[in-house]
Design a protein around this ligand. Structure first.
Ligand code: NDP
Length: 249
């Protein structure tokens, strides 16, 4: 499905991003993996390289424009193009009502989830425009991006903003053949989820109860949706918010 494509994946050192790295490589893509922890990225990359995949690692922070610019340049210099991107790095925390929130937490959540996606878009899109062959970009939002749940206000605001950026970018670059879509991800068993459940354990029951499938997603199930959106199989889809939530919404 992704044969011959070069895809940049952010947040590739764990969870959904690491699952995407494995799946995209299996599907024939050259993958550029970005996250802050170089050692964790190397662990994800090693078996892929061993299996014959084309992999480059770009340790860096998506909140820093220069790091994202370097990752995009690495894709183009190493594999000849940037055809698709999965802007997936994100983080949130819960358990504190809005008026008691620490300002540092607010800043961190907004900076990573919103500025991080914007940084990615503003460096990936020029590379795609320059190549003139279009592109596919997938941003990771959340069910929190369409419905507010309690005590996670900055995350709710940030993931709503991801959908806004997705729609705006889809509109601005549609005629250039660049498609921009978002995943509305439901509860998924990853490090982020483990961290959240440590803070607010009672959330687990409510997350699984609301999903029609009565379970959380496996990271690979989310990666499968991202792969489809990065491929030509979704060629007439742009500006969309695609739920991968087991029927939660
Ligand atoms: P993980 O914590 O497993 O993965 C998050 C990834 O983001 C890691 O690879 C982390 O790597 C990377 N990351 C964090 N901060 C930065 C940064 N500043 N720059 C670059 N990379 C960064 O969580 P998930 O896989 O669950 O999360 C992936 C996405 O899915 C996020 O956007 C999250 O909000 C979203 N999501 C997750 C849900 C869930 O239930 N798990 C539900 C809905 C949405 P490193 O620390 O090495 O930088």
């Amino acid at each position: 499905m992704l044969n011959g494509r070069t895809v940049l994946i952010t947040g590739a050192s764990s969870g959904i991003g690491a699952a995407a790295a494995r799946l995209f490589a299996e599907e024939g893509a050259a993958v550029v993996l970005m996250a802050r922890r170089a050692d964790a990225l190397a662990e994800v990359a090693a078996p892929l390289v061993e299996a014959g995949a084309r992999v480059a690692v770009a340790p860096g922070d998506v909140t820093r424009p220069a790091d994202v610019e370097r990752a995009v340049a690495l894709a183009v210099d190493t594999f000849g193009s940037l055809d698709a991107a999965f802007n997936n790095a994100g983080w949130g925390t819960g358990g504190t009502v809005l008026h008691e929130l620490d300002e540092g937490v607010y800043d961190r959540v907004m900076d990573l989830n919103v500025r991080g996606v914007w940084n990615c878009l503003r460096h990936q899109i020029p590379a795609m425009l320059k190549a003139g062959t279009g592109g596919a970009i997938v941003n990771t939002s959340s069910t929190a991006g369409i419905v507010a749940t309690g005590a996670v206000a900055p995350y709710v605001a940030a993931k709503h903003a991801v959908l806004g950026l997705t729609k705006a970018a889809a509109m601005e670059y549609g005629e250039s053949g660049i498609r921009v879509n978002a995943l509305v991800v439901g509860s998924t068993r990853t490090e982020l989820m483990d961290e959240l459940l440590q803070d607010v354990p009672e959330l687990e029951a409510s997350f699984t109860a609301r999903a029609i499938q009565k379970r959380m997603a496996h990271p690979r199930e989310v990666a499968q949706a991202a792969a489809w959106l990065c491929s030509d199989r979704s060629s007439f889809l742009t500006g969309a918010s695609m739920p991968v939530d087991g029927g939660w919404s």
